[in-house]
Design a protein around this ligand. Structure first.
Ligand code: PMP
Length: 359
């Protein structure tokens, strides 16, 4: 069978080892005679699974003790609502850096909830080809927090250095580069991320939040209530049992290969290979300012939609899957998340090279 590499933007490729372990353990978890698909979230077995996943997250990201690690459902989109519901309770006003589609969506969701959103900088005018620069000092006593999207999945930019918020809490949507590169958790007051790109199958959203920001808030749906989730070990109701289990396996895999420092080194190597090819190509182009380029999502195009489609079809024929770009950007997009092996990127670059040569 042809080797297949899946470059999807999420849900995305998982480590082979994790898929194999799931397959082995699926009929009977730890010799219990019951599948992970069947066990109660109130069982001792699941307690161990969720606690281990939390601890592995803490170890891998070096999360300080004054932060909670919580698991939600509802995805990144759920957190676009949960964050303002929990945090925008004093000024009812937040600051936003508009770096792309997902940053703007977060702002829209906060607006729906009656929160005032000040977009302090945007690069929309140049199709988000770089990150917006924050040139002002944030005023005191004005904002409940500032929202940024650390990696812009669609546009292919990422923050490698963080904006200065002058004491205003910083919220980072890390959905597409959590644990793909090292960030200092204490530079943020809250980080959230769906796991379905770098850490597991869709269905779990990680929230890492400074304990001092967690308040009891009236009129908040229980499924979004940080204070309730912190009190109930993320289980005030039934959690996504299988997805937390599978995320736990991926975290163990990440630990076994050397953690974030090692995966970041691998991700740099994979991304460099593709960017180098694109920068030398006479046909394909990556439109992003080099200093702001993402390690995990690489959009590229020829400038001719028919030729882009032909390239996608050719790559698909060679087992290089899901490379069609997001509809808002067009062209192609390669997502190079943690579980994408270097060989996959080599195969992609080789085939792009052949495609270009044969034109
Ligand atoms: N934020 C970012 C950066 C994303 O890439 C995505 C999904 N692609 C979302 C938020 C929305 O996540 P979800 O689909 O889990 O709601």
């Amino acid at each position: 069978m042809m080797t297949v590499y899946n470059f999807a933007a999420g849900p995305a490729t998982l480590p082979d080892e994790v898929i194999q372990q799931i397959q082995t353990e699926l009929p009977s978890l730890q010799g219990s005679g019951m599948s992970i698909l069947e066990i109660s979230h109130r069982s001792a077995m699941f307690d161990e699974i969720i606690n281990t996943a939390q601890q592995d997250l803490r170890d891998l990201m070096a999360i300080p003790d004054d932060y909670e690690v919580l698991f939600f459902q509802g995805g990144g989109t759920g957190q676009f609502a949960a964050v303002p519901l929990n945090l925008a309770t004093t000024h009812h006003r937040i600051a936003l850096l508009d770096s792309g589609h997902w940053a703007a969506k977060a702002g829209d969701e906060a607006t729906k909830l009656g929160v005032t959103v000040d977009t302090l900088a945007t690069t929309k005018g140049t199709h988000y080809d770089k990150l917006p620069a924050l040139t002002m000092t944030l005023p005191a006593d004005t904002y409940d927090y500032m929202h940024i999207c650390t990696n812009n999945t669609i546009e292919g930019t990422a923050y490698h250095a963080l904006p200065k918020t002058s004491g205003v809490p910083l919220v980072g949507d890390m959905s597409s580069n959590i644990m793909a590169q090292r960030y200092n958790v204490s530079d943020f007051d809250l980080i959230f991320a769906g796991v379905q790109k770098n850490l597991g199958p869709a269905g779990v959203t990680i929230v890492i939040v400074k304990k001092s920001l967690i308040k009891e808030v009236d009129h908040i749906p229980s499924v979004f209530d940080y204070s309730l989730f912190a009190k109930k070990n993320s289980m005030p109701n039934t959690p996504p049992v299988f997805n937390i289990y599978a995320t736990g396996l991926t975290l163990k895999w990440l630990k076994s290969i050397g953690g974030i420092d090692e995966i970041e080194r691998r991700n740099q190597k994979k991304a460099s290979l593709l960017y180098d090819f694109l920068d030398h190509s006479k046909v394909f182009n990556n439109p992003v300012k080099p200093a702001d380029r993402s390690l995990t999502n690489v959009p590229f195009m020829t400038g001719d939609a028919k030729l882009d489609d032909a390239a996608v079809a050719d790559l698909t024929d060679h087992g290089l899957m899901n490379l069609k770009g997001h509809r808002s950007v067009g062209g192609l997009r390669a997502s190079l998340y943690n579980a994408m092996p270097f060989e996959g990127v080599q195969a992609l670059v080789n085939e792009l090279y052949h495609f270009e040569k044969n034109l």
